[in-house]
Design a protein around this ligand. Structure first.
Ligand code: MUC
Ligand code: MG
Length: 372
């Protein structure tokens, strides 16, 4: 069985409400979708999501597509998909960085390999340990009252009892008040975490984390810029509340440095950051060996990318901080025929062949960005 083609599409998916982060407000999310075919006409599909062009991270959707088309696709044609590790090793020798692009390629090849064997992709990663995992929702409407209403509604529906608040935008002191009001409104019914997305300097972080800890917040994600490992280490040793590395934990090597310098006591996993599923398992191994807690992160993927994360996270023994793979719930529409299931405060791991999602070609066509 040999790979015959690899195609890449950029899609723009509208959200149900504006989603406000420190650097960008998402009203339409750019996702990159990959489709690999073999000589028998079988297909494998994959997705990564990007946030706010080049404002969140270095991998823009346009660069992901251009680098796959130009540099990676020629390296996969003619290869056997079941050898996805060997293929990715060969790519790594000729393509530096480009972790999002590598993830699109690896995940599509894994989907194809698993489908050709008629098994879920998690069977290629040692099997499913979890059938469902805790699922956080991000409150990021930009308005305290709306966020409280949203939280109360999802508690009532038994959809989420962990809420992550995006607080990097605007006055840090007002943001702390916003968090404390939400925590006071939900009380012991829900855990509240915050994601600062690199927006604070160390002095601001020292002041604000003390107030957040006092207000009952149970985790603080990426308070400082990615480069400030020493600052993250100081915050980690000063505060009891866990400090999570997200944007700073951008590769297997980053996570080793974080573990070595204790620049955080937990790690947000995302296949796109590590450069694929195999690399993410390595990140999880380093974290496990170093006693760092793990969190199943998201870049806010649609159902396809979410299923990829879900199936991988299901093979990791301990996800101490649960997951936040809520992407499909934030979009107005879906690009797969079936959808992810959420029930009893958990995300259900899909179990169909490949990553368990059946692509809706019409929807892919409809949301694909027109060229030029
Ligand atoms: C991030 O930084 O974690 C995850 C959830 C969300 O609302 O934004 C993303 C990115
Ligand atoms: Mg984050």
């Amino acid at each position: 069985m040999k790979i015959r083609s690899f195609d890449v599409y950029i899609l723009d998916l509208p959200t149900i409400r504006p989603h406000q982060l420190a650097m960008h407000t998402i009203v339409s999310q750019a996702i990159v979708v990959g489709c690999v075919t073999d000589e028998d006409g079988r297909e494998g599909w994959s997705e990564v999501a990007t946030i706010g062009g080049a404002s969140y991270g270095e991998s823009t959707p346009e660069a992901i597509k251009a680098n796959i088309d130009t540099y990676i696709t020629p390296l996969v044609i003619g290869k056997d998909p079941i050898h996805f590790d060997k293929i990715m090793f060969e790519i790594s020798k000729l393509v530096r960085g480009n972790n999002f692009a590598k993830t699109v390629v690896e995940a599509a090849i894994i989907d194809l390999a698993a489908r050709s064997k008629g098994v879920p992709a998690f069977e290629l990663f040692g099997g499913q340990i979890h059938t469902s995992l805790p699922i956080a929702w991000t409150l990021a409407s930009g308005n305290t009252e709306k966020d409280i209403e949203e939280a109360q509604e999802f508690l009532r529906q038994k959809r989420h009892n962990i809420f992550k608040l995006k607080i990097g935008k605007g006055d840090p002191f007002k943001n702390v008040e916003h968090v404390r009001k939400i925590k006071a409104a939900v009380g012991d019914q829900a855990r509240i975490t915050v994601d600062v997305n690199q927006a604070w300097d160390e002095d601001t972080a020292n002041y604000c984390i003390e107030a957040l800890e006092d207000g009952g917040v149970s985790m603080v994600e990426q308070p400082l810029p990615t480069w400030n490992y020493e600052g993250m280490a100081r915050l980690t040793s000063r505060f009891k509340v866990p400090i999570m590395a997200d944007e700073a934990a951008n590769s297997v090597q980053d996570v080793f440095q974080i573990a070595k310098h204790r620049a955080g006591n937990c790690i947000a996993l995302k296949p796109c950051k590590a450069g694929g599923l195999t690399q993410t398992k390595k990140v999880a191994g380093i974290a496990e060996a170093a006693g760092l807690g793990l969190y199943g992160g998201t870049m806010i993927e649609s159902s396809l990318g979410t299923a990829i994360c879900a199936q991988l996270y299901a093979t990791i023994p301990e996800m101490k901080f649960g997951t936040e793979i809520f992407g499909p719930l934030l979009f107005k529409d879906n690009i797969t025929v079936n959808d992810m299931q959420y029930e009893n405060f958990e995300v259900v791991i899909p179990t169909g062949p490949g990553f368990g999602m059946e692509i809706d070609r019409e929807k892919v066509k409809h949301y694909t960005r027109s060229e030029g």
